[in-house]
Design a protein around this ligand. Structure first.
Ligand SMILES: [Mg+2]
Length: 228
C-alpha cells in the first residue's frame, strides 16, 4: 500500500478525539436556539461538515436567522477544550511510531482539516501530536492545512488538492485517512485513495461515500499501511 508518498490525515476524529465534545456543545447550542437535538443527531447529520452549511440547515429548520449561533458555539467549544482537553485517538501514536521506524522510506504526512488552524493546533498540542507532523525532509515546512486558508470545505476537494500541491505530491500518490462521509467524498473528488476510519460514522456509510478501504482502528491501519 505504501507506493503512496503522502498520507493526508484528517484531524477531528482521526488524530484527536474532539467529536464527542464538539457535537455535545453544538447540540446544546442548537437546542438553546429552539431546535431540540442531541449529540447523536449532531454526529449523524453535522459531523465533518462546514459550520456555515450547518447554520443554514438550522436556520431553515427554525425559519429564522441565527446571527449569534456560531459565535456562541465557538466560544463554548474553546472553553470546554481548554477546561477538559481532548485525547489523541487510540492507536495514532503507534501508527506514527511505525511510520517513523521506516526512516527515509516513510511516506510524507500532513494534516487537512475543515477546522480553523487555531482549533487544530490547540487540540493537537494538548494530545502530544503537534510535534509529530514535522516534515520528514524539511522540518520548517508547513504540514497543517485548513479549509479556512483555501476558502473551500470538505466535501469539496480544494483543501486536499491544496495540501498535496503544497507538499509536492500528485493526487494519485496520496492516501487520505478520514472518519466522515464529507471527508471521504472530498478525497474521492480530489482523485485520491481514501481509507475510512469507522467509529462514530459506520463503515457502510464511509464505503458508500467512496472509501477505498475501511478500518475500525489505527491499529488495523498500521497493518493496512505498513505491514501489508
Ligand atoms: Mg473528521
Amino acid at each position: 500500500m505504501l507506493e503512496s508518498q503522502l498520507i493526508i490525515f484528517d484531524c477531528d476524529g482521526v488524530l484527536v478525539d474532539t467529536e464527542p465534545l464538539t457535537n455535545r456543545v453544538l447540540a446544546a447550542c442548537i437546542t438553546e436556539a429552539g431546535w431540540a437535538v442531541d449529540s447523536a443527531y449532531s454526529i449523524a447529520h453535522f459531523k465533518g461538515r462546514n459550520l456555515a452549511d450547518i447554520l443554514a440547515d438550522v436556520e431553515a429548520e427554525l425559519g429564522k436567522e441565527l446571527p449569534d449561533l456560531l459565535d456562541a458555539y465557538r466560544k463554548r467549544m474553546y472553553e470546554e477544550i481548554h477546561q477538559f482537553g481532548v485525547p489523541a485517538i487510540d492507536g495514532i501514536h503507534e501508527l506514527l511510531d511505525a511510520l517513523d521506524a521506516m526512516g527515509d522510506d516513510a511516506p510524507h504526512r500532513c494534516i487537512g482539516t475543515n477546522a480553523p488552524l487555531k482549533k487544530a493546533k490547540l487540540t493537537l498540542g494538548g494530545s502530544g501530536l503537534m510535534d509529530r507532523f514535522a516534515h520528514r525532509d524539511d522540518p520548517g515546512k508547513k504540514t497543517m492545512f485548513s479549509a479556512y486558508e483555501v476558502g473551500q470545505w470538505k466535501p469539496e476537494p480544494g483543501l486536499f488538492l491544496h495540501a498535496a500541491a503544497q507538499m509536492g505530491h500528485e493526487p494519485e500518490s496520496c492516501i487520505v485517512v478520514e472518519d466522515s462521509a464529507a471527508g471521504v467524498i472530498a478525497a474521492v473528488a480530489a482523485g485520491m485513495r481514501v481509507i475510512g476510519l469507522a467509529d462514530l460514522t459506520p463503515a457502510d456509510e464511509l464505503l458508500n461515500a467512496g472509501a477505498t478501504r475501511v478500518v475500525e482502528s489505527h491499529h488495523e491501519l498500521v497493518a493496512e499501511l505498513i505491514e501489508s
